[in-house]
Design a protein around this ligand. Structure first.
Ligand code: FAD
Length: 276
């Protein structure tokens, strides 16, 4: 048995080709025996059907699947309907988020923060769902201050979350400090590091800019220097991220959650190098 629990994140494919590719990815990752896989959800419900279809497909493939659910831009009624649909399919695991509205679009909705969504799920569905929430070792980009963000994180755990998954990071110390500080605020649930394999420089920089994750200068400069040499980027990315994971595993993290971007190769290679 793996000493630490693995989980893999996917997004709902938009085309039949994407569906087939994801099934192939799932087949390649299945031997790693993930505890669960999660499937992202577009804010405001833009991927609602795709998330449900993907979760059902994953479950049929023998995996425990957890849909993400974001509350921003949604009414309680529509959230209740989605949760009822999941329950009717026997889904018992969920990642509860606030989400982000595309800039300038739409109303905030009835629930403003993930903590309110967690409270809503607990009030309406009791203990049916195991609830994951998001954590930000480098702090959420919109947070007023690190302290305020930590307190908000503790609030959503106290609202009834069972576990947390972090935004990705490349600086392990940010994660260790965050966990220590959260423990001091009474957070006692597992805080599982989110891991982003590095396979594409421009995509990594774009994502990191959007979500507020720091790509250390030395990593960015090395990746940039490889230009279009995808093999060099892949090899360097594999070294960097494996080393990060090894440090986390050595420190006793409860699990690793991989942002797979629906590809298997990088995640599989890292896990193999770690001997998982
Ligand atoms: P919250 O915990 O609500 O926090 C959002 C901000 O509000 C923070 O700055 C926080 O400090 C502040 N805040 C919280 N409570 C209060 C309060 N009571 N008063 C004042 N301020 C407060 N996005 C998607 O759209 N779909 C996905 O599937 C998805 N999956 C994700 C999975 C993971 C593991 C992670 C880490 C992120 C994911 N995201 C996803 C991105 C996420 O939706 C965004 O980061 C979003 O901006 C914040 O969501 P949250 O649930 O962390 O929000």
């Amino acid at each position: 048995m793996n000493p630490i629990e693995l989980s893999f994140e996917f997004f709902p494919p938009k085309t039949q080709e994407g569906v087939e590719k994801l099934r192939a990815t799932r087949a390649q990752l299945l031997p790693l025996k993930p505890k669960f896989v999660s499937v992202t959800f577009g804010a405001g419900g833009s991927t609602q059907q795709g998330t449900l279809d993907t979760v059902i497909d994953m479950a049929q493939g023998g995996l425990e699947a957890a849909p993400h659910l974001s509350c921003i831009g949604s009414s309680k009624e529509s959230l209740r309907a989605i949760l009822n649909q999941y329950r009717s399919h026997g889904i018992r695991h969920i990642v509860a988020l606030r989400g982000d509205l595309p800039s300038g679009m739409g109303e905030v909705g009835e629930l403003r923060y993930a903590s309110e969504l967690v409270s809503f799920i607990r009030a309406e569905f009791g203990d049916w769902f195991c609830i994951e929430v998001a954590a930000y070792p480098e702090y959420h980009p919109q947070s007023r201050s690190p302290r305020h963000d930590l307190e908000n994180f503790a609030r959503k755990v106290k609202a009834g979350a069972d576990s947390a998954i972090t935004q990705y990071f490349f600086n392990a110390d940010a994660y260790f400090h965050f966990v220590d500080d959260a423990r001091k605020l009474g957070v006692d649930v597992p805080i599982v590091p989110g891991i982003m394999p590095i396979t594409n420089f421009s995509q990594l920089m774009r994502f990191s800019e959007m979500c507020g994750a720091e790509v250390p200068r030395w990593i960015a400069r090395r990746l940039e220097s490889f230009g279009d040499d995808r093999e060099a980027i892949r090899a360097f990315g594999l070294d960097v991220v494996t080393r990060l994971c090894q440090r986390l595993v050595d420190a006793g993290v409860p699990g690793l959650h991989f942002y797979t971007l629906n590809g298997a190769a990088a995640t599989k290679a890292i896990c193999e190098r770690l001997g998982l």
